[in-house]
Design a protein around this ligand. Sequence first.
Ligand SMILES: NC(=O)c1ccc[n+]([C@@H]2O[C@H](COP(=O)([O-])OP(=O)(O)OC[C@H]3O[C@@H](n4cnc5c(N)ncnc54)[C@H](OP(=O)(O)O)[C@@H]3O)[C@@H](O)[C@H]2O)c1
Length: 236
Amino acid sequence: MKKIAIVTGANRGLGLATSEALAQRGFKVLMAMRNPDKAQKQINSLKMKDLDVVPMKLDLASEKSINDFVEQVRRDYGFVDVLVNNAGILIDSEDGGNGSVLKTKAATIQKTFTTNTVGPFLLTQKIFPLMRQEGYGRIVNVSSGMAQLSTPQSASAAYRLSKTALNMVTNLFASEVQGADICVNSVSPGWVRTDMGGPNADRSIEQGIKGILWAATLPKGGPNGGFYRDGEPLPW
Ligand SMILES: NC(=O)c1ccc[n+]([C@@H]2O[C@H](COP(=O)([O-])OP(=O)(O)OC[C@H]3O[C@@H](n4cnc5c(N)ncnc54)[C@H](OP(=O)(O)O)[C@@H]3O)[C@@H](O)[C@H]2O)c1
C-alpha cells in the first residue's frame, strides 16, 4: 500500500515544494491548507504531473478544524506514515519597531503560539496514535535557527519563542516512541526565499526542503528527538 504523508501549509512556499517532492518519491500526500479552494492552480499543476496529492482543509489555529481533519484522515485512510508540521507565521513586525522585543505585544505572542506551537502540538498528539498503531512514523517539525537557545537572539520575540517551544514539542513526542520505528525531529530549513523569508534570503526553496525530506524519509533506526539542518545536527 502507498505511504501517506501529511504536509501542513501545503499551498505555498516550503510546504508546497515538500508536498511535490514527497509525491515524487511515491507518497500519497495529504496537502493540508486553510483554503483549498484558493489553491486550485497549485494542486492542478501537481496533478498534471501525475502526482498523488489530496487537498484537505486545515486551520491550525482552530482545534475544531484539527479534530475534523484528523477524523477525516482516520476515516478515509486509517494510518499515516509522515507528518510534516510546516505551516507557520511570523508576524512580529506588525507590532512596529522592527520586531523589537521592547515592542512585542502579548496578543502577538499568543497568536503566534496558536499557529506555530499549539496547532502542531495538537495535530501531532492526534496523529501519533495512528503511527504507534502501525509501529512506523516520521514527524518533522519545521523549526528555525531563530529558535536556538545556544546563540544570542534578538527581535521577533513571538516567533522565536514559538519555535523554541516547538522544539520542545519534538523533544516531548520523541520520548513517547517507546521502541517503535518512529522518528520525531525538528528541522531548520535555513533562510529561504519564500513569502516569509523574502527575496533576499540566501537559500532557494529546493535547498530549504532538503533537510525536511531527509527527516521525513529517515531509514529504520534513524535519529529521534534531534534538531537538524541539511541532515546535520544543529545545537538547540
Ligand atoms: N522561509 C524561511 O526563511 C524560513 C526559515 C526558517 C523556518 N521557516 C519555517 O518554515 C515553514 C514554512 O515557511 P515558508 O517560508 O514556506 O512560509 P510561507 O511561504 O509564509 O508559508 C506559510 C504557510 O503556512 C500556512 N499557514 C499559516 N497559518 C496557518 C494556519 N493557521 N493553518 C494552516 N496553515 C497556516 C500558510 O497558509 P496561508 O497561505 O493560508 O496563509 C502557508 O501555507 C514555517 O514554519 C516557517 O516558520 C521558514
